[in-house]
Write a protein that binds this ligand. Sequence first.
Ligand code: C5P
Length: 211
Amino acid sequence: NSNIAVAIDGPAASGKSTVAKTLAKRLGLIMVNTGAMYRAVAWATIQHGVDPADSAAVINLLDRVDFTCGVENNLSTVLVDGVDLGDALRQDAVNSRVSKVAAISEVRELLVSMQRDYLELGSVVMEGRDIGSVVFPNTPFKMYIDASEEVRRKRRAAEGIIDDPTARDKEDSKRKSSPLVIAEGAVVIDSSEMDVEQVVQAALTVLRERG
Ligand code: C5P
């Protein structure tokens, strides 16, 4: 399989989704949003009244609910029991639960294997927290997109989303199973003072240098 994986990791609201989308579109690659998959599991815990911190109950839920990943217009999709949840995955109740389900290693194993399967469909730009460190550790194309806390809070506020990205980052960074880290060999891009186009250009430079 000669398909390539571009791994884009970073904290919440660092701008990595926008950059990953733009990059994928320009290069004609599939853009995979792995946060949506963890959000789908968090959403299912709400729907089934499961405590996201009760790992046994969450693991049991994985057998009772069907999570299917796909692609539409070169963007990843995730269906929960056949339903595409769209913006419901971005609601407050999901934001406040998602880091808890994402800390459960059985949840990560299931989703990581689905993430790796995308490479069978084509070359991908995949964004998340552990793409360069765990999902595709051997890809030469790894970036870690960062931004200052202040800028990240502002970006979230501008989106009109009630979310404390830094609280999630703390949980995501301290967990035992695949914490948010700068993967070995990743190029760190601090986007605090950059616009989207500048970050995209920086990412294209990394791909050219390593391609
Ligand atoms: O990227 P997004 O902010 O939508 O991710 C939501 C949550 O999903 C993160 O805060 C993190 O807990 C989890 N996540 C993860 N690993 C990934 C992507 C997301 O643990 N690769």
